[in-house]
Design a protein around this ligand. Structure first.
Ligand code: SF4
Ligand code: SF4
Length: 288
């Protein structure tokens, strides 16, 4: 596969090691004698936003950027980001995807009840759509081996058989990029990913992963929080920060240009409004 070069899209959210994984692939390609170009996009990565890396290797590569439908493989470290990246995958190309889910605040429809608009782990539908899906619970595998942070090495192990790089190139690159104290754990995670059999293990792991929440679902508080607003300190429409950031749309501005609670029953006590108010005009109390 990809004997004459290839285009890879790696994607995930901040903190998952997308940039590191991409650097490991690029270095492995160089060690295998390929020309490589790589480009990264960091969104709000330090707040869990999307991070992606385009990587192309070949005899001679002029640009790292991959157009829609042109990625020979997509490696997704987060379920929803994998779904969002599908338009990049060429028809019939393999999707390496983590069953790990990171539910962003905007997807939470009702954290008191635990409902969210995050897409379900519908692996059957994904296989029907894509064909070659190599899904695994990389976090669980890495944790079982003693180091949950090595989840990206599990996914690189899944990717490795798809690329024309010798094992020595992979291991040399891996060893040179991960912290020295974690080399053994990352090598074990890489080999575990490489040894996975698809689709048999995919389906078994998806069934187990679907039963876990991996996010806010099921973490309901049971009752709303209580908000204390000091109207004299609130700048109203000149600010509106809390109104805009509240994930549950609980806040609005009243007739005298001060913030007011419009959906008290929906407040989850997440404290975003309190933390982001520049004038300390909101205090969130746990009790309703
Ligand atoms: S963030 Fe603070 S100052 Fe701004 S509208 Fe909300 S309560 Fe008022
Ligand atoms: S604590 Fe503030 S931001 Fe969070 S849900 Fe309640 S009103 Fe909205």
């Amino acid at each position: 596969m990809m004997q004459d070069g290839g285009s890879l899209l790696l994607i995930g959210v901040g903190g998952q090691g997308v940039v590191l994984a991409s650097a490991i692939v690029a270095d492995a390609a160089l060690r295998a004698g390929w020309d490589v170009k790589q480009s990264e996009v960091h969104g709000m990565s330090q707040r869990g936003g999307v991070v992606s890396s385009h990587l192309r290797f070949g005899r001679r590569v002029h640009s790292p950027l991959i157009e829609a439908g042109q990625a020979d493989a997509v490696v997704a470290m987060e379920w929803n980001e994998g779904l969002r990246a599908l338009p990049y995958l060429r028809r019939g190309g393999p999707l390496v995807i983590n069953l790990q889910r990171t539910v962003p605040p905007g997807a939470c429809r009702d954290r008191i009840g635990g409902a969210s608009g995050y897409p379900a782990l519908a692996l059957d539908a994904l296989v029907t759509e894509v064909g070659d899906v190599r899904a695994c619970d990389a976090m669980e595998i890495a944790a079982r081996l003693g180091s949950p942070k090595a989840q990206n090495s599990v996914l690189l192990g899944v990717l490795a058989p798809l690329l024309p790089f010798p094992n020595a190139a992979w291991l040399g690159s891996l060893d040179d990029h991960v912290p020295r104290a974690t080399v053994a754990a990352n090598e074990k995670a890489f080999e575990a990913g490489r040894a996975l059999e698809f689709p048999a293990e995919t389906l078994a792991q998806a069934a187990l992963a679907a039963a876990r929440t991996n996010g806010h679902g099921g973490n309901g508080r049971g009752r709303p929080a209580r908000l204390e607003i000091t109207a004299a300190w609130c700048k109203g429409r000149a600010c509106e920060i809390c109104v805009r950031v509240c994930p549950e749309r609980c806040l609005g501005i009243n007739g005298i240009d001060k913030v007011r609670v419009t959906r008290a029953e929906a407040c989850t006590g997440c404290r975003l409004c309190e933390l982001l108010c520049p004038d300390f005009a909101i205090v969130v109390h746990e009790e309703a």
